[in-house]
Design a protein around this ligand. Structure first.
Ligand SMILES: Nc1ncnc2c1ncn2[C@@H]1O[C@H](COP(=O)(O)OP(=O)(O)OP(=O)(O)O)[C@@H](O)[C@H]1O
Ligand SMILES: [Mg+2]
Length: 588
């Protein structure tokens, strides 16, 4: 920053010299026929731009270092902040929108800082120094030149307001366009578009957004140009005033011709920076929009955080307890909630985010149960009963509204989240894999796992033979989201990943899609090995899992309605008995 200010000052001072050289040439050197002075002035005329040019490079280097540094910091901060948001945020936010904030808005915000700061500093210095010299030369004409200053201020205020609106629309349309691309150009989206033959509609929707971006771009450019023109005319007006009055004064013999020539050169030095200042003001107003959008995200509170002194148990036994748990979705809004408020005014969003609480129905109502260490408990129930929700509360993806979820007697809200994550292994219904090799995906669970450990885990998960049959073995890339693997293969890789993690508690959301008997047997076999010696909570869709469970919890509409062993529950002829008859008995 010091370098930047120093160079700004030096360049402005250097810029003051040429008009004085002209004056000296006209008023002294030529009348006095002083050749040495002429030569000296000539050399100075080359030396000044040279030095000021080099200083300019130095300034550019320093300012870009600051600017890029700001982008770097903001991006890191944003990324960390967003990653720390709870799952609820991600379920209600479009990824493309987020990416847009991390890409475009961060750059825009940076411009507000460096671009504007430097223009501001450089031009204020230029205007002030020029004014001082001009006042010294001829104060009456200088005051005349200053008479049009208010015009610049009025114009820049109006245009700034205008362009701010345009910029906001532009960024929002850009973000929507990004989100649309991200949704339809990902594998799942592209698959859906193709399967439903909607390419044409998607093209149209896309070109609608892209068109809006185009129109706003044209509008922005046009407004910018009109503004530029207005500034030019104002400058001309000021110059005309000064020249006319100056000419009258010369005719009357009140001032020298050289002074007028120097003054006219200074007018350029004055109105140029003034134009730049007006522009900077407009730029600042528009860049602030990006700033707001970045800080809207940074200002969103993390709703799931560790307490000040979290509990960090050395070892978990693996007992899970739900104690009168009530829960409903809708605590954290996504970016959308912020966006809705942002079109009105910025910096008031914390209060104005509408609370969606109370709008959603209870997903879980007074759920209580215990799973002892090493036990296998199966969760069954109709669709929407709250099974997945129940499993989400154990690794604290959401916080309960009432009651408590405890592991080994510790409320999960009091546990260190990384310890909690270490203790729990989850195999979700749709196994997610990163676009990387199998080995990298497996090591996600345990970065320092040796090749031998990878192989053992893969063997336990019944996937080793398949991996080794691939031409590149563990180095095979799985493709975006693992789309190069079959559903059953992906699940077994996910199981191998959990085995590497070696958690005390295993949570499994069984795939509802029915695999062929062979892969199902492979998965079943793998799971039995994994569950041995661990506490397991399984959302069961297969009869074999239910039959091997120590206990079955039957859920309906957010509550546990029955619990017990298979035979016991069948005898009750309640919900379980009917589920058994309609789903499980037939399915396997
Ligand atoms: N992110 C969410 N936001 C709002 N409501 C949700 C969310 N996720 C689930 N729900 C609602 O919570 C209720 C319970 O959903 P849950 O996913 O736990 O059901 P489930 O028993 O796992 O069903 P399935 O067998 O179909 O997977 C449902 O009514 C569902 O619509
Ligand atoms: Mg579910």
């Amino acid at each position: 920053m010091a370098i930047i200010l120093a160079t700004i000052l030096a360049i402005s001072v250097l810029a003051l010299a040429p008009p004085l050289i002209m004056r000296s040439l006209i008023d002294d050197a030529i009348p006095d026929r002083d050749l040495r002075l002429v030569t000296f002035l000539g050399i100075a005329m080359v030396a000044i731009p040279l030095v000021s040019g080099v200083l300019g490079v130095l300034q550019r280097w320093a300012s870009s270092a600051v600017g890029e540094g700001i982008i770097f910091d903001l991006r890191n901060q944003l990324y960390r902040h967003v990653l720390g948001m709870s799952l609820g945020f991600f379920t209600s936010t479009r990824t493309g929108e987020l990416m847009s904030r991390l890409n475009n808005d961060v750059v825009g915000a940076q411009q507000a800082v460096t671009g504007t700061f430097i223009t501001l500093a450089a031009n204020i210095v230029a205007v002030v120094t020029t004014l001082v010299v001009m006042l010294g030369l001829e104060w009456r004409l200088t005051l005349l030149a200053m008479a049009i200053f208010p015009l610049f201020i009025v114009a820049s205020r109006r245009v700034g307001r205008l362009l701010r609106v345009v910029r906001r629309d532009q960024l929002e349309h850009n973000a929507t366009m990004n989100a649309h691309m991200q949704e339809t150009l990902g594998v799942s989206g592209a698959l859906l578009v193709k399967l439903f033959g909607r390419s044409h509609d998607e093209e149209q929707r896309f070109s609608g957004e892209a068109g809006a971006v185009r129109d706003l771009g044209v509008r922005q450019a046009t407004i910018g140009r009109w503004f530029f023109m207005a500034l030019g005319v104002m400058g001309a007006l000021g110059s005309a005033l000064v020249f006319w009055t100056g000419a009258v004064l010369v005719i009357e013999g009140a001032v020298s011709v050289g002074t007028i020539v120097a003054l006219s050169a200074y007018l350029g030095n004055l109105y140029g920076p003034l134009t730049a200042l007006s522009n900077a003001r407009v730029e600042f107003a528009t860049s602030l929009v990006s700033f707001e959008r970045v800080f809207q995200v940074l200002d969103m509170e993390h709703d799931i955080v560790d307490i000040d002194t979290p509990v960090r148990p050395v070892r978990f036994e693996g007992a899970i307890e739900f104690d009168g748990v009530w829960f409903r979705y809708g605590g954290t809004g996504g970016l959308e909630t912020v966006r809705r408020t942002s079109s009105r005014s910025a910096f008031q969003l914390a209060e104005s985010i509408p609370s969606d609480r109370g709008a959603e129905a209870w997903a879980l109502q007074d759920v209580s149960f215990r799973v002892e260490p090493g036990e296998l408990v199966a969760l069954v129930g109709p669709s929407g009963a709250g099974k997945t929700t129940t499993t989400y509360l154990v690794p604290r993806l959401y916080d309960v509204d009432r009651g408590a979820v405890r592991i080994d007697g510790h409320d999960v809200r009091n546990l260190d989240r990384s310890h909690l994550a270490d203790a729990i292994g989850v195999v979700t219904q749709e196994a997610y894999l990163f676009h990387d090799t199998i080995a990298v995906n497996l090591r996600y669970a345990k970065p320092d796992a040796t090749d031998a450990e990878l192989r053992t885990a893969a063997e336990l998960a019944n996937i080793a033979t398949l991996i080794e049959s691939l031409p590149e073995g563990y180095a095979t890339a799985v493709g975006e989201r693992g789309y190069r693997l079959s559903g059953g293969e992906k699940q077994r890789i996910a199981i191998a990943r959990v085995i590497l993690r070696n958690p005390q508690i295993l949570i499994l959301d069984e795939a509802t899609s029915h695999l062929d008997a062979h892969s199902e047997a492979l998965i079943q076999d793998a799971l039995e090995r994994v569950m041995k010696g661990r506490t397991s909570l399984v959302i069961a869709h297969r009869l074999s899992t239910i039959l091997s469970a120590d206990r079955i919890l039957v859920m309906e509409a957010g509550t546990v309605v029955e619990s017990g062993g298979h035979a016991e529950l069948l005898a009750e002829s309640g919900l379980y008995a009917s589920l058994y008859r309609t789903q499980f008995a037939r399915a396997t």
